[in-house]
Unconditional design. Structure first.
Length: 277
């Protein structure tokens, strides 16, 4: 089955991972800007990083028939440096016309601090002023519930933000209902220790259905698995769910959400070339 990974960090993966993803059925992906494993020290460091996301990674992906899209921001882990954050936010418009840029992300909170909230709101302002979609990072573990509520309150407090153009990622059992109830899209991240498992994601799909739900691997530098989305496909099949429900979550929903961006020009793979399901 063809699928789309809506959140994966391929700058941290080797080229062989692209080959493996293609063999598993990945036909497209979106890569949000994120933390590099250390705090970057200058706006030029981010400029080089955005060039990698908009120039280098699309070419690496294309070698294996995968379409690559991206999102731009300064990650919440680096938002304590408000001065640098503002320099980066001011620079982002240089890249918004790049053909694979879908919007602003992944923005959000890390430790739910005042500075993080300030930088988050300035990213939202950037997205609104440039008519961009938004991809949200919610905090890990013990900070998740409070941080998710803070993020949703800030977004809902701005009448210019359309919830149907916002994907709130890394939802778990205690946050998914409020995200969906407030009209946002929800992303489930299949990531060891700090996020979700295929089994827990399948449970949430069974509870909430497939509407406005996406699933991703968030494969990055850490102990992650870039082929986690196929693991969920297999788990849903094991439980006897229909191919139409599975396709909706892993393929149709990403297309529906991303199609709100003027840069999402997705070309489905020829049906005759699809791998056997």
């Amino acid at each position: 089955m063809d699928y789309i990974d809506p959140h994966i960090h391929m700058v941290s993966r080797i080229t062989d991972d692209y080959a493996t993803l293609a063999r598993m059925g990945c036909v497209a992906m979106s890569e949000p800007a994120f933390w590099a494993g250390f705090d970057r020290g200058s706006v030029d460091g981010f400029r080089d990083y955005f060039r990698q996301l908009t120039e280098v990674e699309p070419k690496r992906a294309a070698q294996f028939g995968i379409q690559h899209f991206t999102w731009l921001c300064i990650n919440a882990k680096e938002a304590e440096n408000v001065e640098l954050s503002r320099e980066v936010i001011a620079m982002i418009p240089e890249f918004l016309d790049c053909p694979n840029v879908l919007g602003i992300g992944e923005i959000g909170l890390n430790k739910n601090t005042k500075n993080e909230a300030t930088v988050f709101l300035e990213h939202v302002e950037l997205a609104v002023m440039h008519d961009q979609q938004i991809l949200i990072h919610t905090p890990h573990l013990e900070d998740k519930y409070q941080g998710t509520r803070m993020i949703l309150d800030m977004l809902c407090g701005d009448s210019r933000v359309d919830p149907t153009r916002v994907l709130v990622d890394h939802v778990e059992e205690h946050t998914i209902a409020e995200v969906l109830d407030r009209g946002f899209w929800a992303g489930m991240t299949l990531y060891p220790v700090t996020k979700c498992t295929p089994q827990r994601a399948a449970d949430m799909i069974e509870r909430f259905g497939g509407e406005r739900l996406l699933v991703n691997s968030a494969g990055d530098w850490g102990p992650s698995k870039p082929t986690a989305v196929p693991d969920l496909i297999f788990e849903l099949r094991r439980r006897g769910h229909s191919e139409s429900l599975i396709r909706r979550v892993v393929y149709d929903n990403p297309i529906e959400f991303f199609s709100q961006s003027q840069h999402f020009h997705f070309t489905p793979r020829d049906a005759g070339l699809e791998p056997a399901s």
